[in-house]
Design a protein around this ligand. Structure first.
Ligand code: SF4
Length: 376
């Protein structure tokens, strides 16, 4: 199966932790929508019959007017049958969860909302420079329920510094009262180029200790599992059957087509990424000059990616399939690394499927690097 991702690169204000591609100036928004429509038309031949998901992300897609969103849907509808797509998600911020907007989303076929809650504590929201407050979350989630959206994913950030005097446990329990079908719980990461990155460089930001991170991760995982959520990817939890098709396509190395500035695509072993610059993206699309770069992944790049993605998910990776793709010398070395990690009780092997031990999931990047195959 395959998916389409559309990147809307605007936000009303910059959250202090965020390193996604976005601009807080909306001056180019109208031209941007026209350019994305143009990209949809130019790349229509890449849309296969097997598209099962559309994901509109950003940035903050809910800054689009209904008219702008409709323009994108009209362009898509000319090439694919929107009504047959299993999962159509839009990311939306709590302050935009207004009945009129939600009604329109439902009318045009959006059947899944991904809502950036992040915290239920107003001081924490302010500290992160989120634009919304808790009151807007509560009102917005009630609107969502009243309009009849059944498939709702909520984003939550944990792993924040201790000094915030935050009770992440009670915040999560509060969020659960709204019965989301899906939760994405992310550990706060401090990225270069963000305000928090700047504070960290100046040693003005306390960071959480590793053992506290692990404790929070395990508490969240256990609590959500006890409430019937499957912990199916390091940061993602779903009621059975409500796992995200779109993200699962990424993790399975299926085809995805990314439209809009900064969006990535992957098909036939080729990775392609659009320019992460709004004005340049618009200019190049309009004047017909290249607006993206691309590379072809080598067979070993693909294997390493399979290892990394597999270790992020509950499904892990199939050891025998992977070993059938490499030469005997690499095979022996890979098996010996696997055995060492099994002895250290970091990974598990069941019917030749290798996966992380759930309580060690935060180490998956390190384990992937250990297992990467360097020979070409
Ligand atoms: S976290 Fe979301 S709303 Fe905040 S700046 Fe990043 S993309 Fe925008």
């Amino acid at each position: 199966m395959s998916g389409i991702y559309i990147h809307i690169p605007y936000c009303k204000q910059a959250c202090h932790y965020c390193d996604f591609h976005f601009s807080t100036s909306m001056k180019t928004k109208h031209e941007m929508i026209n350019s994305i429509v143009q990209e949809i038309e130019m790349r229509a031949s890449e849309f296969s019959k097997n598209i099962d998901s559309i994901y509109i992300g950003g940035g903050t897609p809910s800054v689009m007017t209904n008219f702008e969103l409709e323009a994108i849907f009209i362009a898509l509808e000319k090439k694919i049958s929107i009504g047959k797509i299993k999962e159509i998600t839009i990311e939306i911020n709590p302050e935009d969860l207004l009945s009129e907007k939600l009604d329109f989303y439902k009318k045009i076929g959006i059947n899944r909302l991904s809502i950036g809650i992040q915290s239920m504590n107003n001081d924490v929201l302010k500290w992160m420079n989120r634009i919304h407050d808790k009151n807007q979350v509560v009102k917005g989630l009630n609107n969502t329920r009243d309009i009849g959206f059944e498939n709702v994913s909520l984003d939550f950030i944990y792993g924040t510094p201790k000094g915030l005097a935050r009770d992440y446990k009670s915040e999560l329990l509060e969020i659960l009262q709204f019965n989301p079908t899906h939760l994405s719980c992310y550990h706060l990461t401090i990225e270069d180029g963000t305000y928090f990155g700047h504070l960290a460089k100046k040693k003005k930001l306390n960071q959480i200790e590793e053992d506290v991170s692990e404790e929070e991760f395990i508490w969240i995982s256990e609590k959500l599992k006890s409430k019937n959520y499957r912990h199916y990817e390091i940061s993602n939890f779903a009621i059975k059957g409500k796992e995200s098709f779109h993200n699962s396509n990424y993790w399975n190395q299926s085809t995805y087509i990314g439209l809009g500035p900064g969006a990535h695509s992957f098909q036939n072993s080729k990775r392609r990424w659009n320019i992460s610059n709004n004005r340049l993206y618009i200019k190049n699309i309009q004047s017909g000059v290249p607006y993206f770069e691309e590379e072809t992944l080598t067979p070993y790049n693909l294997i390493n990616e399979k290892i990394m993605l597999g270790l992020r998910t509950l499904n892990g990776f199939d050891k025998n399939h992977l070993l059938s793709l490499v030469n005997p010398a690499i095979k022996a070395e890979f098996e010996s690394k696997l055995n060492a990690l099994l002895l250290e009780e970091v990974i598990v092997s069941k019917n030749n499927v290798i996966s992380m031990r759930p309580e060690k999931w935060l180490l998956s990047e390190y384990v992937s690097r250990e297992l990467f195959i360097l020979n070409e």
